[in-house]
Write a protein that binds this ligand. Sequence first.
Ligand SMILES: Cc1cc2nc3c(=O)[nH]c(=O)nc-3n(C[C@H](O)[C@H](O)[C@H](O)COP(=O)(O)O)c2cc1C
Ligand code: SF4
Length: 507
Amino acid sequence: MNGLRARLSHDAAALALGGRSVARALREKNVEILCVGSRGLFWLEPLLEIETSGGWQAFGPVAATDVPTILDAARNGTPHPLFLGNIQDHPFLKAQTRLTFARCGTVDPSSLDAYAHAGGLVGLKHALDVGPAKIIEEIAASGLRGRGGAGFPAAVKWSGAAAAAGDEKFVVCNADEGDSGTYADRMLMEGDPFLLIEGMIIAGIAIAGTKGYVYIRSEYPHAIAAMRRAVENARDHGLLGKSVLGTYHVFDIEIRAGAGSYVCGEETALLESLEGKRGQVRAKPPLPVHCGLFGKPTIINNVLTFAAAPTILAHGGAYYQSFGRGRSRGTMPIQLAGDIRYGGLFETAFGPTLETLVNDIGGGTRSGRPVRAVQVGGPLGAYFPPALFDTPFDYEEFTNRGGLLGHGGIVVFNDTVDMARQARFAMEFCAIESCGKCTPCRIGSVRGMETIDRILKEDDNAGRIALLKDLCDVMKSGSLCALGGFVPYPVLSALEHFPEDFVRRCL
Ligand SMILES: Cc1cc2nc3c(=O)[nH]c(=O)nc-3n(C[C@H](O)[C@H](O)[C@H](O)COP(=O)(O)O)c2cc1C
Ligand code: SF4
């Protein structure tokens, strides 16, 4: 078998599905392994690609015991049941528009040379040439909105920090990724970490910030290790440090691990946590762009927001803006999860409907049962029934139908789901994760749980359902941050679309 080369994902999802034992089996056969990130077709992981005379040929999902027959098939060009052909031609990948995830799964994430060779650093070099004002102009022209959840225009944040007075300014990357069914940040940090580093440097130049922090949830040890490795490599090669690519720009990055709290993904709680304090939400104003980390002007953006910047600078804001619809411009890495046949990362221009995403691309449920609901936008997102599957993936369209896009996660539930229990779970989640600062969230979530418990235990619930709606109203309007403020989305959407579940049952 000497001479064969293999590409194998060492993304956490592939490792969880047996990637390590596949790697061992390949080494036993003296196959040279190129470790890459995941392509995001999770039902095919561990995905193995072998270099043959006909190009890279993929096989999946592979077990260690499959390796000998796969190597025979690759060498002799004979059929194999796990053969997938050139993975780039797979319909799940072919239907995508990969701007942010273009390199993920194809390059060695620990090699800056590989990154540069595959088109990396073009955006940064342009940014260094044109300077801060033009960078912000391009970001504004792209229509890029924050991918962390709120969809706030990135250029407004960046120009606010650029204009703010301060002897020191910070660039903070939110990699807390706590939303249920989401993993795009993790995949990017494990599979193409230099893209995030490049995006953060561009942001640093734009606002005259010299120090960046990446706050990564502690549940992501592989992403933390990949980012630390990449930052060291970037320093060694003069991409980070006292002279970015030989220029007068100073920029360095520190990787920080979170401590397992959902609310630390909220930007001001994240800043508190970075400062070494308990992760509690700060009242606004002042906005972080004026008074953020250690009281200095700070921009906080999601991993995917920063990771879009290199493409925008390399190809121009108008290019990025040419994808999408309405005020939702560019591409969104959508994450398909839950009971879905083809779960994985699907990057596309904004616009496909839920029907297309769940049933055409996702293939419906893995269990074969009918879809009853999807939750879009994490634990604080609304539940949509199939009757609303004509909704296009677009910030405003979702808002108009009582939902939110959040970080782009879609979790599919089949007809066995109990929507009253899901509503209770939302309240329970809020009670557990509340930072405790304000009453509607801290106390309201507990009262919400109790009210739903009573609805499930007793008859004649019209009054209690009215009370629950009233409580949601108070939480929505009276909470200091979106944890308490958005919990009404799952609760009210469950009540609206699945009222038949809010009845007494035998427990
Ligand atoms: C409870 C809560 C949790 C959040 N968790 C995250 C998170 O894990 N990652 C993230 O990027 N934004 C999260 N956000 C949104 C951030 O507060 C903030 O809007 C975001 O980091 C800004 O970046 P963006 O403009 O690039 O989206 C959360 C917000 C709330 C209220
Ligand atoms: S809504 Fe909840 S998490 Fe947000 S500040 Fe209030 S208590 Fe804290």
